[in-house]
Design a protein around this ligand. Structure first.
Ligand SMILES: Nc1ncnc2c1ncn2[C@@H]1O[C@H](COP(=O)(O)OP(=O)(O)OP(=O)(O)O)[C@@H](O)[C@H]1O
Length: 258
């Protein structure tokens, strides 16, 4: 592994089957700090399986994952999250009886620095940490345009607001890399705009983002690189302008030149 690969997420020749069905075959990509990579492909192409393997929910059958220079294949989702690799889910569920702020604080606590003993004894270090986490949570909510909803119970949110808050919950964990599974699904145009602005700001803070999306315009507008998955393999990759006119993409996925 070369020196400049040590500060990123590297996925090399990842494979995964379910029974006799090979869902991923030799998938490789790299995500650098501050880079936004889009992952597109038809339904069933293997996008969610890829995220599940990279974030530890599934064990790949073959291939390697490196996170900041450390071999990360097979590590648990919790361990990866503590190392700065987080994800959002296609159908994220909030804790409905809690307020929006408390939901986001759950994310912030994932990487809290003060242990149980300090918390139980209510030491000053615990109090300072609580203030810091509260600020992180509010900052994440402001980023996605939901700061005004902090005191609202989660069950009172629209579907779009729930999605934005679930993105804020992940951002509050102060990740270095985030894998987002269809973050714009169910958002209206205003919410999609707020999401795009938030993700740009997050990436500008040197966070690497991998975004699965069916909303192609969002992908083409937001991403530095796009990876196209079909039948479990990468059929095209490169800058958006190159990928959108790639013959394999036009034929197999977009149908007509975008
Ligand atoms: N746990 C599982 N057991 C068996 N087959 C699975 C499992 N998870 C996924 N698959 C199959 O793997 C293939 C890829 O699924 P995956 O959800 O990764 O695709 P996707 O590209 O994310 O699709 P979508 O865009 O519809 O979410 C599909 O054929 C799916 O049925």
């Amino acid at each position: 592994m070369s020196g400049d690969e040590r500060g990123g997420l590297t996925v090399a020749r990842l494979s995964r089957s379910f029974g006799g069905l090979q869902v991923l075959r030799d998938v490789s990509f790299r995500l650098n700090p501050g880079q936004v990579v889009g992952l597109i492909g038809p339904n069933g192409a293997g996008k969610s399986t890829l995220i599940n393997c990279v974030t530890g929910a599934l064990t790949p059958d073959g291939g390697d994952i490196w996170l900041n220079g450390a071999w990360a294949t097979g590590r648990s989702p919790d361990a990866l999250c503590r190392s700065g690799l987080s994800r959002t889910f296609q159908h994220a569920r909030l804790l409905e009886e809690l307020t929006v702020l408390d939901n986001v604080l759950v994310g912030a606590h994932v990487r809290g620095r003060v242990g149980l003993v300090s918390a139980a004894l209510r030491l000053p270090s615990h109090r300072r940490e609580e203030i810091r986490l509260h600020e992180c949570a509010m900052h994440a909510l402001d980023l996605v345009g939901c700061g005004h909803l902090a005191d609202t119970p989660a069950h009172a949110l629209t579907t779009g607001q729930q999605r934005l808050v679930s993105v804020a919950r992940v951002l509050a964990s102060d990740p270095r890399f985030v894998l987002l599974d269809e973050p714009a699904a169910g958002l209206d145009d205003t919410e999609t705009g707020a999401l795009a602005d938030a993700l740009r700001q997050v990436a500008a803070g040197d966070v690497g983002l991998l975004i699965i999306e069916h909303h192609l315009e969002l992908i083409m507008e937001l991403c530095d690189e796009v990876l196209v998955l079909a039948g479990g393999g990468v059929v095209a990759s490169g800058p958006p302008a190159v990928v959108r006119s790639h013959p394999a993409v036009v034929d197999a996925y977009l149908g007509t030149p975008a």
